[in-house]
Design a protein around this ligand. Sequence first.
Ligand code: FS2
Ligand code: SF4
Length: 571
Amino acid sequence: MFCFQCQETAKGKGCTIKGVCGKEETTSNLQDLLIYNLKGIAVLSQGLKEQGAEVGYDVGRFISKALFTTITNANFDDTSLTHWIDQSLALKKELKNKFDALAPGAPKTSLWQKIVGMFAQAPEAARETVMHESALWMGNGGSDYQAKAKTVGILATENEDVRSLRELLILGIKGIAAYADHAAVLGVEKDEIYDFIIKALVSTTEDLSVDEMVGMVMKAGECSVSTMAALDEANTTAYGNPEISEVNIGVGDKPGILISGHDLKDMEELLKQTQGTGVDVYTHGEMLPANYYPAFKKYEHLKGNYGSSWWKQNEDFETFNGAILMTTNCIIPIKNKNTYKNRIFTTGVVAYPGLIHVAEREDGKAKDFSKVIEVAKKCAPPTEIETGTIVGGFAHNQVMALADKVVDAVKSGAVKRFVVMAGCDGRQKGRGYFTEVAEKLPEDTIILTAGCAKYRYNKLNLGDIGGIPRVLDAGQCNDSYSLAVIALKLKEVFELEDINDLPISFDIGWYEQKAVAVLLALLFLGVKGIRLGPSLPAFVSPTVLNVLVENFDIKPIGDVQGDIDAMMQGK
Ligand code: FS2
Ligand code: SF4
């Protein structure tokens, strides 16, 4: 195996024996093979499109979901991944049949020209050599998946810089695909998003120049912005605009279900199905921002948030005592001493060996969470681990409602600087940096956040500036779009030419691939001087890093006080 997609990769280089995340070698290999098949699906889809044939949304949806399931801490289950590969092969066969049925004399354009143009003159065997092998390999049952996987992984691209740019693109579109899938679940799908994901996958099968590959990476940033905008539209249309909310972090006296991950549709259906059952619902990790939506706040049995971010789940799930539902990443390996194995469920793109999986929606019907509810009913209420509240709900609409106050505070000098400390949390000790920065930032600064990075400081009680809380939480990493909207609005209000002239610094924590998509979005919006930690991505080669440093002044986090001093000077 070779995997270097997340921040905690072994020795900062790559996991080669077993994932630091707990991913087994066979699992990693199957994920590589799934990506390889997605490339094949993309090559065939692109060819069909160029020929004027229709490629339905179901293809974009399948690719998105499949990419999503390969994100860090989503799928640890070889049986599930084998099924994903089986499905990808079936789709590939279907597309290939369509492709072969097209008339060879039809108009020929770019990719089509390369592929079908040669088809027209070549005998069957020769034709097959023209198309990228990922489009042609059809497998022959599960037995050869492992053998095949070993030949198509990341290291199959030998040149370090080509590999780096291809992987940066693939990891970026994994994040984009996750956001696209969330939007699709709520009925918002866009041609341009699926088109780009397909183009990006195809580009990784081609011999492009470095400039062309860098161009694709930048386009991924653009697509990331439009995908996050689509998701914002989907979320707010379905559930209203998040609003300032005090979220209880204590517990009630009834048994509960703890829902984690990012899927708001699962949240909605779970809340409906638990109503009147005597079972309370609590959020964990990235589901905390569900408490900010008007549509969910109306449920009295939504009791608040329990525990902390994803990497604390082994402890939090123990003391929660009740049923647990993982709707997306991040699930982490269950230890022998953990007792919650029989009360945790997966759904959607999440899978873990031995756990019960709640099946997909069918025929427009809701998912059936009855098994989760039955288990919860037999459980003890959660053990109280803390009390009090945390405040959040500062997505763009809420911040815009406070815009006058915010602008006045900047003009009067009451607020000197905004520091965006969004992104991910994780297990590494070095992440204590973000807590320290939050504690030591001057009191005339405001922290803008989204994602699970906030758990490093959202219970610190950092006070407010004239009624504006010093930590403004926009929501999940899925809501990072809000931070861009806020920055662009401030730029407009202060009549600035360049986003970098705003009194905003970016001090971002990253962990997995959605953070890569968000980072590329920020670069596309022209944000310069981003600090990134706790370490720089292993998939960025020294040459590619140089490109990022030269064009965007990206830098690693340094020591706390030094970084604060520099940020306060706009550096
Ligand atoms: Fe937390 Fe980072 Fe949200 Fe993940 S903000 S680890 O990308 O999907 O979460
Ligand atoms: Fe290693 Fe991260 Fe890949 Fe897991 S996801 S195998 S920790 S690089």
